[in-house]
Structures are given as structure tokens and as C-alpha cells.
Write a protein that binds this ligand. Structure first.
Ligand code: OGA
Ligand code: NI
Length: 344
């Protein structure tokens, strides 16, 4: 019976109408006809030659993208295509496993470091999202790998290879972004304590009435920087000047976005931008975001070199643990969690 299913995946294929607990109030629907789906969306930055002849040009492009868009795509990112393809294939296979097999990872407790769940936070939210997700902590890998699923059999190996490669890309981006702010290349990396890395395997089933619900409603990411791998089905949208813009998939690229912690460290020069995922009637969609973050004990604050009499610190210092707790307590609300950490 549909109503008793723990996961959306196992109910979505049976329904011709969106069940009432997924229906958004009229004032909070995706208005899909008003979304811009063509023309340039977000900048595409070629990382070829980042450590060679194109260094200063790439730094400039990254700085502009972080400042104006908060979102960009990267190509020639150095992550081998086989590692990426294996990750995507694995994600697809995972969500096709029999229900009983997937449910071994199920939990509705957001504090668990490995868990399969549905929507965003089933304990607190009023309206559910059209999404199932497997969330994994993945740095340091050896602390978490023994919690990860073992089905499909290559799960741990494929995910470990993927996480390690993405971490390498993130570390290169953090150096470049530090430089783009006029800071020493190791500034941001040094401000993150022991560092943290989480990821999600997001599964958005086809939806009979995509106008009534969200895969993920508009939100900013609470972490430092996000690297998103998506399959070839559109769904991600970014808010720019009040208009939602579709980010259409480009093969062999990653989507990178600035999270709340980067906005703080940059003292508001770089923006953590609202984005959302919408669903469609025809095709399942899979995305695999990597959320790179400070470790819980790290003290986050605006970089001293970016503070002056003209540009005083916008935020107080806080630990990432404090921020993360407040973020989860308030749910995936559209209001930016950052406002709670502004200096008064
Ligand atoms: C997220 C997110 C977008 C997507 O998981 O935070 O924004 O396209 N995902 O799945
Ligand atoms: Ni997000």
C-alpha cells in the first residue's frame, strides 16, 4: 500500500497524482513556465593550465564567477572519466536495488553519518520533497567507509575513488579561490580545521505532476563549496536577479557552487546563491553533490585581510558545529541561515 512506504522511489511508480503531503501551497510552486531554459546559464571555466600558462586568467574568471554568479561549471577538471562514470552507474544501480535491500540503509535520524532517507528531514518538514537520498560522510574515508552499503558490491571502492578525486579538485579550487580574493593560496584550506566532506546520491523519480512539488525547494548550501555531478536530465535551477535559470547538463563537467561558509570567509564578496531542483514527468534524475566543509571544531570568520574601515566584518566568529546545528534546527527554509550570524 502506497501510504505505508518509507521511501518515495517505491511509491512514485504507482501513483497517477502527487499525494497531498507532497503538494506545495499555491504561493510556493515552481512556476515552470517562467523559468529561463535557454541562453547562457552559468559560466563554464576551463581549468586546463591552472598551474601553468593560464593561471592568472583562470583565477580572474573564478573570481568573477564567485562574485557575480555564485555558481560555475568546470571542464578539464582532472578527474578521470572512468571514475565519474563508475560513480554515476553505481548511483543508478543503488536506487534500482530491491526495496528490502535499500531499506538496510534507511534512517530518519539526521545526525547519522550514513543514511538513506526521503524528502529533506521527515521529522520536521510540513511538505515533503520528491526526492530520495543516500547521504554519506566521506572524509577521512577510513572513519566512515565501514558504515557504507556493500551492495552493489563495488559500492565502497567506487565511492572511495570518487571522493578522493573530488577532494583533490576541491583543494585545487580552494587555492585558486583564495588567490582570487587576494589571499595566500593556502588561506581557505588552513581555515577549515581538519576539513570535512559529505556527499549525497540524490534520486528524483519521474513525477506525475511536476508543477505541484519540488525535488528540492530553493535553498543555499550550508557548507563551504559544493561540487555537483548530474546525469543528462535537467532539473537544477539557479536564481539570478529574481529569475530562475535552468542549468542544463554539459557532459564531462562539474557544477561548482559557493556555500554559506565561503560567503562568510569572503566577508560577503562571494555569494551563496539560492538554487533548487525541479522534477519532470518522464525521466528519473540522479545527481551526486559533494559538500566540502570545515570540521565541526573549526572557527569560521571573515578573513582579516578582507576587513577594513570601509568594509567591516559582516559576520561574527562561530564554530562550524554551531552553524550546522542551527541549520538543521530550522529546516531547509528559504531565508538564509547566515542572517543569524551577522554582527549587530
Ligand atoms: C543539493 C542540491 C541539486 C541537484 O543537494 O544541495 O542543491 O540538482 N542538489 O540535485
Ligand atoms: Ni544545494
Amino acid at each position: 500500500m502506497a501510504a505505508t512506504k518509507l521511501l518515495l522511489t517505491d511509491l512514485a511508480s504507482d501513483v497517477k497524482f502527487v499525494p497531498s503531503n507532497y503538494i506545495r501551497p499555491v504561493s510556493d510552486r515552481p512556476n515552470l513556465s517562467e523559468v529561463r531554459t535557454s541562453g547562457t546559464s552559468i559560466p563554464l571555466i576551463d581549468l586546463q593550465g591552472l598551474h601553468g600558462p593560464n593561471h592568472s586568467e583562470i583565477i580572474k574568471q573564478l573570481g568573477q564567477a564567485c562574485q557575480h554568479d555564485g555558481f560555475f561549471q568546470v571542464k578539464n577538471h582532472g578527474i578521470p572519466v572512468e571514475i565519474v562514470n563508475k560513480m554515476m552507474r553505481l548511483a543508478r544501480e543503488f536506487f534500482r536495488l530491491p526495496e528490502s535491500e535499500r531499506l538496510k540503509s534507511y534512517s530518519d535520524d539526521p545526525s547519522k553519518t550514513t543514511r538513506l532517507s526521503t524528502s529533506f528531514n521527515v521529522k520536521t518538514e510540513k511538505v515533503a520533497n520528491w526526492r530520495d537520498f543516500l547521504r554519506l560522510y566521506c572524509y577521512p574515508i577510513e572513519d566512515y567507509v565501514n558504515e557504507w552499503p556493500t551492495n552493489p558490491p563495488s559500492f565502497r571502492e567506487d565511492v572511495a575513488n570518487y571522493c578522493t578525486s573530488v577532494r583533490g579538485l576541491v583543494l585545487r579550487l580552494l587555492e585558486a579561490i583564495s588567490e582570487s580574493l587576494g589571499l595566500k593560496a593556502d588561506y581557505i584550506g588552513s581555515a577549515l580545521g581538519k576539513h570535512g566532506q559529505h556527499m549525497a546520491l540524490n534520486y528524483y523519480p519521474p513525477c506525475p505532476q511536476p508543477d505541484l512539488t519540488y525535488g528540492l525547494p530553493g535553498h543555499t548550501d550550508p557548507n563551504l563549496i559544493t561540487v555537483l555531478l548530474q546525469d543528462d536530465v535537467p532539473g537544477l535551477q539557479v536564481l539570478r536577479n529574481g529569475t530562475w535559470i535552468a542549468v542544463n547538463p554539459v557532459p564531462n563537467t562539474f557544477i561548482v557552487n559557493i556555500g554559506d561558509q565561503m560567503q562568510v570567509i569572503s566577508n560577503d564578496r562571494y555569494k551563496s546563491v539560492l538554487h533548487r531542483a525541479v522534477v519532470n514527468c518522464n525521466k528519473e534524475r540522479i545527481s551526486v553533490p559533494t559538500f566540502y566543509c570545515p570540521s565541526p571544531d573549526a572557527v569560521v570568520e571573515p578573513a582579516k585581510d578582507l576587513i577594513s574601515d570601509d568594509e567591516p566584518a559582516v559576520y561574527r566568529s562561530f564554530t562550524y558545529a554551531e552553524f550546522y546545528r542551527k541549520f538543521w534546527d530550522r529546516g531547509l527554509a528559504t531565508e538564509c541561515c547566515l542572517d543569524m550570524f551577522k554582527k549587530t
